[in-house]
Design a binder for this molecule. Structure first.
Ligand code: ANZ
Ligand code: ZN
Length: 816
């Protein structure tokens, strides 16, 4: 047997053996004496080809999966496809194919690619969102939510292309232009199906705290929900010719600044409502309102954009001073937030300040600036500068001298306002006027209105359509399926029509993990007892791009179906880990236009699957990601080649004089077992690899072959390079797969060798000292020294060019 490492000779063989031996599949729902663990990764979109990010997302968690199995857990590692969605529809339109044909072909191909990873998925539980047996339950969940009034119809703003006469998804609007014809996109009011996620805003906000999630993800969830504690205050209006018959409410987080209010601003949306109830606005105001309503929220809020607005002609009465203040209409106030109106406090709010300056409105300071002196202080008091900080009240009658916090409550109580909590979160618009999605199971009847489909009629199957281009009137392409659309009303049996909108694909992915626990169930989305075995998900690994929508929507679904009695938990994902992004060799995001895309298939051809896995593990901390380095992968490949050569030598040596591990290697052995185990458990794959590298160095230094040590080494390597480990395991004469072995244990007593004090120098100057085990290796010592806090200011992030090493005495890191 050659000692040249040629993974293409055996990797496929092992994958086939694992498959035949049903090593990972099907996962039993319980195994006596074993604890269950579900390790969940975000199921992929079947775009047609695996990219290196997929390897990062699936092959690396597989290391943890295999490790946990060796540690005696019953691990479920499922896979599926999030297969509805716009890209399939667009690709199909382009190629003149049917979206289902295109998607299914991709799933098939990607399945073969996923298999080459050697990832130990349970292929018996594959879930695909386009399978009618899956979307039957997506529709069922919609019906449950409709029943509870958590799914409803309402008018909202949509993107509209006036040339194509169609509604566009946000992704189809590129720089404000229609993706297909480059016409400027308009905003149009249209009735849509919505989920009432706002009803859960409070719980979604509060329950984040207890989750074992990355801090950034938790903050992102909270910001998205945007909870704000404030008050609603009401101002009486004086409308010309109508007297004091009307009022306007504002939402404020700074009720304490009431006496600094010098104007009121209402949003164009609220102004439009006023128009509809008889407000006589000037032509100028009407024009301004019309124009503003066409703009996008983002555009309106743009920082630094010059403020615009128009006087309404209406005056308001200040509830504290009883003086008159003008009411303006301006687009920096949003219709969808708070009450759609604000009290203008230019001395203390930056936006109001800009507005007052532009339109020459009075600016009145009511808070004494704290910690500010001199000229700036004087100017703030005069209202020439805006001040948003702490301080006590002034210019505020009986409230003078109060702190901001005290004043907030007192002002609200005195003028009869109301404490209010407001959220940025909006209800979830789930309907899409597109073909390739789950049909919304509703019938529109002229007599009965929106009638839910009956459970026994589910799934309402997506009809096969030749022409699935969007229609001219903004209705979904499904409107073209005449015979499918025309049905009898389930209630009154008169002719009626099916709803032709389909669902946002985020609905499909909000519950897929439930289905993994019981993918073939025909009676319910998943059996309760089976769900209990695996859920809530102990670990969910995915990309940071899902910090808000997908994770929030899934949490919302879990809460709803918990409240309806179907789930025992109301938070779906106990722990969340976000993986980093693999960048191109030039450190930039991989993209075809930059010509820096790494094709995993090619890399596997060149180096083998194990090398690609190991290199991804080694290149950077998992949660951080980093650039792909062609030299780096060669280094990892050489390391595996050395492992292979060592294994072949051990295999060939018929009789090895000593079978016990040499005394001087015991420390390394036990430390390696401990470190690799701890690293894998914490998903620190990179340091697990470097620990194995150090161990191999030590092995190779000895003249005698270390069979026992090497056997342990292979077990530690097995989760990372599963093919190679099994190949060498059989070379050593084992009949059963190494993946059925127990994870090695270490002896606590053998962990500590004798300690020595080592002098640490940088560029020849003593900068620190270090306690290290006797006979610590150069590599290990360099690593440890590099981490010393007292060295950081000397290293300044540089890596040493050269290392001078005197065993058990000294290490000198030479920088240049
Ligand atoms: C007076 C005031 C004085 C305000 C002051 C702030 C500072 P957050 O914290 O994001 O909830 N606001 C209220 N409704 C608005 C709307 N529909 N469009 C734009 N702005 C709106 O922000 C709450 C503050 O945002 C509110 O408090 C209000 O301005 C403004 F020194 O009221 B404040
Ligand atoms: Zn009817």
């Amino acid at each position: 047997m050659s000692s040249k490492y040629l993974p293409s000779r055996f990797e496929k063989k092992w994958r086939e053996r694992w498959k035949r031996a049903k090593l990972h599949t099907p996962t039993k729902d319980s195994v006596p004496g074993k604890k269950n663990k579900l390790i969940l990764t975000e199921f992929p979109y079947p775009s047609g080809n695996l990219h290196i990010g997929h390897w990062d997302a699936f092959a690396l968690p597989d290391m943890l999966v295999r490790f946990e199995r060796m540690r005696g857990k019953n691990v479920l590692y499922p896979i599926g496809f999030d297969a509805f969605g716009l890209p399939a529809e667009n690709a199909a339109i382009k190629r003149g194919l049917n979206p289902r044909a295109w998607t299914e072909k991709n799933i098939k191909y990607m399945t073969t690619q996923l298999e080459t990873m050697g990832a130990s998925f349970d292929w018996s539980r594959v879930v695909s969102t386009i399978d009618p047996e899956y979307y039957r339950w997506t529709q069922w969940m919609f019906l449950k939510m409709f029943e509870k009034k958590l799914a409803y119809r309402a008018e909202t703003v949509v993107n509209w292309c006036p040339k194509d006469k169609t509604v566009l998804a946000n992704e189809q609007v590129v720089n404000g232009l229609c993706e297909r014809c480059d016409t400027p996109v308009e905003q149009k009011m249209k009735e849509q199906w919505m989920f009432k996620i706002t009803e859960y805003a409070d719980r979604l906000y509060d329950d984040v705290d207890a989750l074992d999630w990355p801090h950034a993800t938790k903050v992102a969830q909270k910001n998205w929900i945007g909870k704000s504690n404030g008050a609603t205050l009401t101002f009486t209006l004086r409308v010309p010719g109508q007297g004091e018959r009307h009022a306007v409410s504002v939402f404020t987080t700074r009720a304490d600044t009431l006496f600094g209010v010098t104007f009121i601003v209402i949003s164009p949306e609220l102004a439009k409502q006023w128009l509809s109830v008889g407000w006589q606005a000037s032509e100028e105001a009407k024009k301004y309102i019309e124009m503003s309503l066409k703009k996008k929220e983002l555009e309106r809020l743009q920082e630094g954009k010059e403020k615009t607005g128009v006087f309404s002609g209406v005056m308001a009465v200040h509830p504290g001073t009883h003086g008159e203040i003008p009411v303006w209409v301006a687009d920096y106030v949003l219709g969808s937030y708070g009450t759609g109106a604000v009290m203008g406090v230019p001395a203390h709010d930056e936006r109001d300040f800009e507005f007052a300056q532009k339109f020459n409105l009075p600016i009145k300071n009511v808070i004494t600036p704290e910690g500010i002196e001199g000229e700036v202080y004087e100017r703030m008091l005069r209202g020439e500068l805006c001040y948003g900080g702490e301080g006590v009240l002034r210019n505020s009658q009986q409230f003078d001298g109060l702190s901001i916090t005290d004043a907030k409550t007192k002002v609200v109580n005195t003028i009869g306002g109301q404490k209010t909590t407001t959220y940025k979160l909006r209800d979830w618009i789930l309907s899409r006027q597109r073909y390739w999605g789950v049909p919304i199971p509703i019938v529109r009847c002229a007599t009965c209105g929106y009638v839910p489909a009956q459970e026994k009629d589910l799934p309402i199957k997506l009809p096969v359509l030749k022409d699935f281009l969007p229609t001219d009137d903004g209705r979904s392409p499904l409107a073209k399926a005449k015979s499918w659309v025309q049905v009898k009303c389930p209630t009154c049996k008169k002719p009626a029509e099916r709803e032709t909108d389909t669902m946002d694909t985020f609905v499909d992915s909000s519950w897929y993990y439930l289905r993994y626990t019981d993918p073939k169930n025909k009676k319910t989305f998943a059996d309760t007892a089976k769900m209990k075995k695996w859920l809530p998900v102990p670990l969910y690994i995915g990309g940071a791009e899902h910090n808000t929508m997908h994770l929030l929507y899934s949490r919302f679904f879990a809460k709803v179906f918990h409240d309806l009695g179907y789930l025992s938990f109301d938070e779906p994902f106990v722990k969340r880990v976000n993986h980093g992004i693999i960048l191109g060799p030039n450190g930039q995001k991989m993209s075809k236009s930059r010509d820096n895309v790494i094709d995993p298939d090619l890399e596997v051809k060149k180096y083998g699957s194990d090398t690609v896995r190991m290199y991804l593990a080694f290149m950077a901390p998992y949660e951080q990601g980093g650039p792909w380095d062609p030299k780096g992968i060669m280094g990892v490949h050489r390391f595996l080649a050395r492992v292979y050569a060592y294994g072949i030598r051990v295999g060939k040596a018929k009789k090895i004089s000593k079978t016990k591990t040499a005394k001087e290697l015991e420390l390394v052995l036990h430390q390696t077992i401990k470190k690799v185990g701890e690293d894998l458990e914490a998903m620190k794959f990179n340091t697990a690899v470097s620990t194995l590298m150090i161990a191999l160095n030590e092995l190779e230094k000895k003249e005698d072959l270390e069979r026992e040590f090497f056997k342990t080494f292979l077990k530690l390597l097995a989760p990372l390079a599963p093919h190679l480990a099994d190949e060498l395991w059989s070379v050593l004469g084992h009949k059963k797969s190494i993946h059925l072995e127990k994870w090695p244990s270490y002896n606590e007593k053998k962990l500590v060798g004798e300690f020595v004090t080592i002098v640490v120098q940088v560029g020849g100057k003593v900068r620190a000292s270090l306690q290290a085990p006797r006979d610590i290796t150069e590599v290990e010592l360099t690593l440890q020294a590099g981490k010393l806090p007292e060295l950081q200011k000397w290293l300044e992030g540089r890596t040493p060019k050269r290392v001078i090493f005197v065993p058990n005495r000294l290490i000198n890191l030479v920088l240049d």
